[in-house]
Write a protein that binds this ligand. Sequence first.
Ligand SMILES: [Cu+2]
Length: 426
Amino acid sequence: MRKRSLFKSHMLAFLLVLVLIMATTLGGGPSVANAQGPQSDGMVCTGGPNFTLTSNDGYIGTPDGNVVYMWGLSSGSDPFQYPGPVLCVNEGDTVTIVLHNTLNRGISLIFPGQENVLANGQPDGPVFSGATLTSLAKVAPASGGSVTYSFVASRPGTYLYQSGTDPAIQVPMGLFGAIVVRPAMGANFIYNRGDTEFDPNKEYISLLSEVDPILSQRMEAGLSFNSKNYHPRYWFVNGRGFPDTIAPNYASWLPGQPYGSLTILQPWEATLNPVPAAIRYLSVGSIDYPFHPHGNNVRIVGRDGTALEGLPIETLAYDKFSVPVGPGQTWDALFSWHDPEAYNATTNPVPVTFPNILDMFYGPLFGGSPYLGEQGTIPVGVTSQNQCGEFYHIAHNHALYQITSWGVVMTGMATYTRIDPPGGCP
Ligand SMILES: [Cu+2]
């Protein structure tokens, strides 16, 4: 959870007005400003350790203009959402998750990486009908059934929860989410290690997933589906395809897809901004996603709920250009953006001649200037530049056919990183 100072609240109110003006000017497209709601960017925690997850069906919007039928898990009586909420707990908590099932089939939850999971107070495990495996965990029966799962969150890190019943159907249909276990060392660390410290105001998550719209269509129609025919056409970060990924959390035009993934940073600086952001990568996909953060390497400090360390205190953390997030994996990364050249219009100008502004073509996210924190002249026919001369760069899956949406290119599993000038956007 974030703290907001009074000053920041005022700044947010001002930015909100700015966003509304921008949204009006731009015709209501996705806004990227960090100004909507109590937590417009970053990982949204649902606090525990006692949770109720309710399965619902609903619809998501995709960047090609399609609307796709999905299943999802919501907190308590919240409406349908995709993906499920991020469950945040502390190391050592006894976590209780009551699963309420409103779908017309039995479902269950498994918790990869958690040990000694109980279901209704009894050790959980695979369920058989005769010799046939019917579920990997105790089932909440169709149309109103419940199961209470519990476990002790004994190890800090990033984990998945997902359906353990007919998972080849139920996971791609949307029954999954993330669990974050905070270490005893503090909520500004990923693990109980000093070198996993991050800025708690810059905590991000990229939960990667995919959807086969034919599977969805057949589930909506009550038909069977042969998984041999599985063929995903949509790829998502936190349940959205680009450019919806850069819209704020809880964007009003994405009611079933509450989580954005725009990362907002300021340049690393030794005294003013020395602590990196955290980005937690997870995948429920069917193949590896080679996710490329751009702008800098990330520093990998954990994998699958395990700190990268030797004995006794040696770090095994390492820098990575591209993060190949495999099915079911989680990767914990630290990320800073550096400005080594420190180009400045007066003290350190870029040593090339810029093209004439009349020869340039650019969108509303470009500040019109190559210098961080400066805005150029607005050319004829352009109604706005960006907020304060901030930079944007892409962060995306490098399997480029997966930054599409049923063939529409430059959509799908991609998002942006936003670099504000030092001190933030005024
Ligand atoms: Cu790239």
